[in-house]
Ligand binder design. Structure first.
Ligand SMILES: CC(C)(COP(=O)(O)OP(=O)(O)OC[C@H]1O[C@@H](n2cnc3c(N)ncnc32)[C@H](O)[C@@H]1OP(=O)(O)O)[C@@H](O)C(=O)NCCC(=O)NCCS
Length: 259
């Protein structure tokens, strides 16, 4: 009995885990949090979680909204609790670990880039190695927990510039770690891991991390065939880009993180 958590604590922890497990991604640029959950829980308990900075309850003119957001602290706490209670996360989180690239994974990333892009679009091995060395904190990888190998990644560099130019692909000296914005340089998922939402998850985690760091905007360029994919991920189409990378026509897409 002494080791048992009290009733209030049990409700709090179980509710937080339920909110986390049933969370949905949200692209609301006017809110600083990105994961929402419907709320049908005890109001006093919700208030306590909000006081502890674990959730955020948006309000409208008539009172509280019917959903809430998990804060970064809230999702971390929920993850700890799931481990403590021995419960599984969403399948994609169970299958992949998302984290910064390690120096010894640079060659693997260069190989993946060659598999994912035709020679005129792919970034060279040398440039990938430079990025891993200079900006590993902006090089997010998905590691297959079973094999320990990379399944995909998203990389970029920070800058204070507000539009994309091809030099970001080639000149690592343009990287300004304190830059307001991030220019994304490559989203890759190995063919055998495609079609299960991994690219979406990598992108979403990347956006959340950069939002937490206080970045303002994210930019990328893509071919016409991918505009819809990025629009679904919450990006806005800026139209035809200045880029002539690989001799093709590119679209510039932007995502607003912090106003
Ligand atoms: C594009 C790529 C990253 C997608 O990876 P993935 O893990 O299969 O993508 P997801 O399963 O997360 O799919 C996310 C969404 O994008 C859409 N999508 C996926 N691949 C797409 C493609 N090649 N073209 C257009 N839309 C695509 C999916 O239908 C899905 O939409 P939904 O949310 O409505 O289901 C992967 O196919 C790849 O590495 N391709 C080669 C490199 C490349 O083109 N990178 C993007 C450069 S701009």
């Amino acid at each position: 009995m002494e080791n048992k958590k009290n009733y209030e604590k049990a409700i709090e922890e179980l509710s937080l885990m339920l909110m986390y497990l049933t969370r949905e991604q949200d692209n609301n640029e006017f809110c600083k949090y990105r994961e929402l959950s419907w709320k049908g829980y005890d109001f006093q308990m919700l208030d306590r979680l909000e006081q502890g900075d674990l959730i955020f309850q948006p309000k409208n003119r008539r009172g509280y909204d019917k959903y809430l957001y998990l804060t970064e602290q809230g999702r971390e706490r929920a993850q700890e609790l799931l481990a403590e209670y021995g419960l599984c996360d969403k399948e994609i989180n169970e299958q992949f670990e998302l984290r910064n690239i390690l120096p010894e994974e640079a060659e693997q990333a260069a190989e993946i880039e060659k598999i994912c892009f035709p020679p005129n679009e792919a970034c060279s091995r040398e440039k990938i190695l430079e990025r891993v060395e200079a900006a590993p904190e902006l090089f997010l990888v998905a590691v297959d927990r079973k094999t320990g190998k990379l399944a995909g990644f998203l990389n970029g560099i920070a800058t204070d510039e507000y539009s994309f130019r091809d030099e970001f692909f080639t000149d690592i000296k343009l990287y300004n770690p304190k830059g307001n914005n991030v220019m994304l340089l490559g989203l890759d998922v190995l063919p055998e891991y495609r079609g299960q939402g991994l690219a979406k998850e990598i992108m979403f985690q990347y956006l959340r991390r950069e939002q937490e760091k206080g970045r303002k905007m994210i930019f990328l360029t893509c071919l016409a065939a991918k505009v819809k994919m990025y629009t679904k991920m919450g990006y806005y189409n800026n139209g035809i880009a200045a880029s002539t990378w690989g001799g093709e026509q590119w679209y510039e897409m932007r995502y607003r993180l912090n106003l």
